[in-house]
Design a protein around this ligand. Structure first.
Ligand SMILES: [Zn+2]
Length: 372
């Protein structure tokens, strides 16, 4: 393949706006370098008077959309013009490219738009990874900036129904807050942090909000309560479904599901022993479900049912039914032996040290590392 797209297809192959004239394009290592001369706006940005008096040339670089997976850099030669208007305070100005890029941007408009969309859909850090894969590398901060800039240019219409949620620009590390106008389906604002105070501040500036749609965590609830006491708070569908799914997952174990009945115990009889306190609720539920099945298998057997019938009625495998009927008791499944990576392994040691007054996390971590 020729290393010169101009020679191969002609310069018109490069789809730029009318404010640029492509001069050459060459392959440099793993990218394309497109050189172009500006034929953009020669009107003074202050007084709008057209200038024909060039002062000098200026070089500007822009990142553009990739070609066949390779990055494209634009090397632009732009005119610096003199403003001849005596009433204007400006003496010179740089030619502007209304079709291609914003005045001081380092990326073309189309790349900036893509980065904003990536940020909107994926968030900061995942957006950064996607952008790198698409050969338009940008930092997570840059992506966040594009998103914020777009939100800032939006015409400030009153927000009646505000959706609020957290937004990750470094997953598991740094979270911001995104506020969406749910009636217009537009991002209204992006806040760099996730806290009740900043949320309350935002709502105080928007007294027109009537409904706040939020997740089920306390931060936004508190923020909305303080900043928008007039608004009604509702849980959004996504988080309601997420909570419902988690609750079902906790309640329905594999065996419980196959038995086709709810495993919610009518009364809470747990926590009577120290052992029960140690168990996580989901494990406790699974254990109770297993016991209930075990008893049902024996009851059906006592009623004269065959193993095949018991399997059909309970969903318990035939081998398990055989084993359970042969042994009179249900062997307790013991928790996995804690590994050296698990804090359980050092539980006694840690509580001893805590009681002795050592409550510094870093020191404790150092000590248990020494223990292995
Ligand atoms: Zn001027």
């Amino acid at each position: 393949m020729a290393d010169d797209l101009c020679g191969m297809n002609g310069m018109e192959s490069w789809a730029f706006g009318s404010d640029l004239r492509v001069v050459s394009a060459e392959r440099v290592d793993d990218s394309w370098l497109v050189s172009a001369v500006g034929r953009g706006d020669q009107r003074c940005p202050d007084c709008a008077e057209h200038s024909k008096s060039r002062h000098s040339w200026h070089e500007r670089r822009l990142q553009d959309l990739p070609v066949q997976g390779l990055q494209v850099a634009l090397k632009l030669r732009l005119g610096r013009w003199r403003c001849r208007n005596r009433q204007c305070e400006r003496t010179t100005f740089l030619e502007r490219l209304p079709d291609t890029a914003a005045p001081v941007a380092r990326r073309t408009r189309r790349v900036a738009e893509l980065l904003r969309l990536l940020g909107h859909i994926a968030g900061g850090r995942p957006g950064k990874l996607l952008a790198a894969r698409l050969a338009i590398p940008a930092s997570d901060n840059t992506i966040l900036r594009h998103l914020k800039r777009h939100a800032a240019t939006r015409v400030a219409a009153p927000v009646r129904v505000a959706g609020i949620d957290d937004w990750s620009w470094r997953k598991g590390w740094a979270y911001g807050t995104v506020i969406v106008d749910l009636e217009r389906r537009e991002v209204v604002d992006v806040i760099a942090e996730r806290s009740a105070e900043t949320t309350a501040d935002w709502f105080r500036k928007h007294p027109e909000v009537e409904i706040v749609c939020r997740d089920r965590c306390g931060v936004y609830s508190q923020g909305a309560r303080e900043g928008a006491p007039q608004a009604r708070q509702v849980a959004d569908r996504f988080h309601l479904l997420q909570n419902l799914r988690e609750a079902i997952e906790q309640q329905m174990t594999r065996v419980g599901r196959s038995a086709g009945r709810s495993l919610l115990s009518p009364t809470d009889s747990h926590g009577a022993s120290g052992l029960d306190d140690d168990l996580q609720p989901s494990r406790r539920t699974r254990r109770d479900a297993r016991h209930a099945l075990f008893e049902r298998v024996h009851a059906l057997h006592a009623a004269g049912k065959t193993r095949r019938d018991i399997t059909a009625a309970t969903g318990v495998g035939r081998a398990t039914v055989r084993l359970w009927l042969r042994s009179g008791r249900l062997a307790d499944r013991t928790a996995m032996t804690p590994t050296a990576r698990s804090p359980r392994c050092f539980k006694d040691y840690l509580s001893q040290r805590w009681d002795a007054g050592c409550t510094h996390g870093g020191h404790l971590l150092h000590e248990i590392r020494r223990l292995g």
